[in-house]
Structures are given as C-alpha cells and as structure tokens.
Design a protein around this ligand. Structure first.
Ligand SMILES: [Zn+2]
Length: 256
C-alpha cells in the first residue's frame, strides 16, 4: 500500500531485526497482487497472495479473475495463496449478492490452482461459513484473517480445515472476543498478522502498522496462553509454513 512507499527495504529490515521470520503480503486487487509478487521476488522472507477484496467486488471483471490465475501460475515460487477474498457486510462497499458471487468464483480459482485461501469475513460469519461449506471441501485449507467472530464460529471454521489469524486488535484492552480466540483455539490453528498498514498494536495504536510490530502481538498472545514467546513463535511460523507450503528462513539462519 502507498503508506509504505519508498520505505520497503527499511520496513523489511526492521521486521528481520525484530525476529519476524516470514511475511505473507496480501493482495487486494490485481495491481497489488502483482506488486506483492515483485516484492516477493526481491526479498526471500516475503511471499505473496493474489486476490480481489470484497470491497472491490462490484467492479470485478472476468478478465481480472483470469489475471489472478495467470499471475499465480506464472509465479509459483512467490504466490502461496488466493486472498484476501470474502465478505464485508460492515462497510458493504459492494452489494452483498455480488460479494458472494465474487467470493465463490475466487474459492473455485483457489481449488483450481490447488492453493489455500485467505478469507476476510467482517460481520458475515453465517454467509461466509455457508459458502465455504457449499464450495468445499478445501484440502489446502486457509486462514480466516483478523477474525473477530465468536469462539463458536472460529471452531466451525477450524472443522472445515481453516486456521485463524489474530492481529493488533488482540492488544486492545476491550478485545474480549478476539482474546478468547487467541487463548482457546488449538495452537496448530493459530497465526499472527499485522493487517498493515492498519490496526497497529498497542503501544503503536493509531499509527501506521508494520511487520516489526508483530512482536507486540506475539508477546500478548503468549501471555494469554501462558506459554513462552519462543514457543508461540515457533508454532505460528510452523503453521504458516504448513498452510502456505513454503519455507521461511529465520534472519539468523540467513546470515550464517
Ligand atoms: Zn481484511
């Protein structure tokens, strides 16, 4: 996103210095998906997703959906998932029925490409779940990103082979529901994310978010689960590598 213009190298260096082993940079339309691939080709710790966000569902053309398939096929070393795709009934920038149609089409693209999916679900848990159920099963699974639904919804998605990723909201004092998920879902179903440039964790709340801040989220989630940050970091890195079928080289390994 433009919030990072001209600072990419610094941002990735800060992430590596802060022990962030891997970054999955998320596409929200064709041009950002392509930009992600370019970043992933340049930095070995970055992987890319390709997808069209539900906010843009109204404008999506068949040509753009075909472009996603072409990008994923042409850049198999970089593209690790289709996303973010899904439903957003909170902002509802696009008509819900069109969002559902574009979501289904991209779920089918993921299956066709044999890739996992990254799903954006805001205030649309029932429809998201129904569509995942109808379009599934998804042997490659996927991630419900920045999931803010109740724990019982989280468990239903886990039963469909999905993992949950939690971000900066976890560090907000009133984030009861998200903290419940971060505390109670199985460790093998948990990932950490920034959702940068948005949702910076405490103590950076309100500022531009970036991958180095992930450490703040890790510290809070480790405390909630009563495990060490190292144990959590090891598990979430392993989960990301399993789901995205890739290897992230820890910064210390890369330099040795
Ligand atoms: Zn999202």
């Amino acid at each position: 996103m433009s919030q990072y213009d001209g600072e990419l190298e610094d941002i990735i260096n800060r992430a590596n210095t802060g022990n962030v082993a891997g970054i999955v940079s998320i596409g929200i339309d064709v041009s950002s998906s392509l930009a992600n691939i370019t970043i992933a080709r340049r930095f070995s710790c970055v992987k890319a997703t390709v997808g069209i966000h539900p906010h843009d569902a109204d404008k999506v053309t068949d040509r753009e959906l075909a472009d996603l398939i072409e990008l994923a096929r042409a850049h198999q070393d970089e593209v690790v998932a289709v996303g973010e795709i899904g439903l957003d009934y909170f902002k509802a920038y696009s008509k819900p029925e069109i969002q559902r149609d574009v979501f289904r089409k991209q779920l089918r693209i993921a299956k066709q490409l044999d890739l996992p999916v990254v799903i954006h679900d805001r205030d649309a848990h029932q429809d998201c779940f129904t569509i995942v159920k109808e379009e599934g099963p998804f042997p490659r699974g996927g991630i419900m990103h920045c999931f803010t639904g109740a724990l019982h919804w989280a468990r239903r998605f886990i039963d469909e082979n999905f993992a949950l990723s939690v971000g900066g909201i976890t560090t907000f004092p009133n984030a009861k529901t998200v903290r419940e998920i971060a505390t109670h879902i199985p460790l093998q179903s948990l990932l950490l994310e920034t959702d940068g440039p948005f949702l910076a964790p405490v103590p950076y709340r309100g500022k531009r978010n970036e991958p180095a801040y992930l450490v703040e989220i890790a510290a809070l989630v480790a405390k909630l689960r009563n495990i060490s940050i190292a144990t959590l970091a090891h598990a979430t890195t392993r989960n990301a590598q399993r789901i995205f079928n890739c290897r992230f080289t820890a910064p210390s390994e890369e330099t040795s």
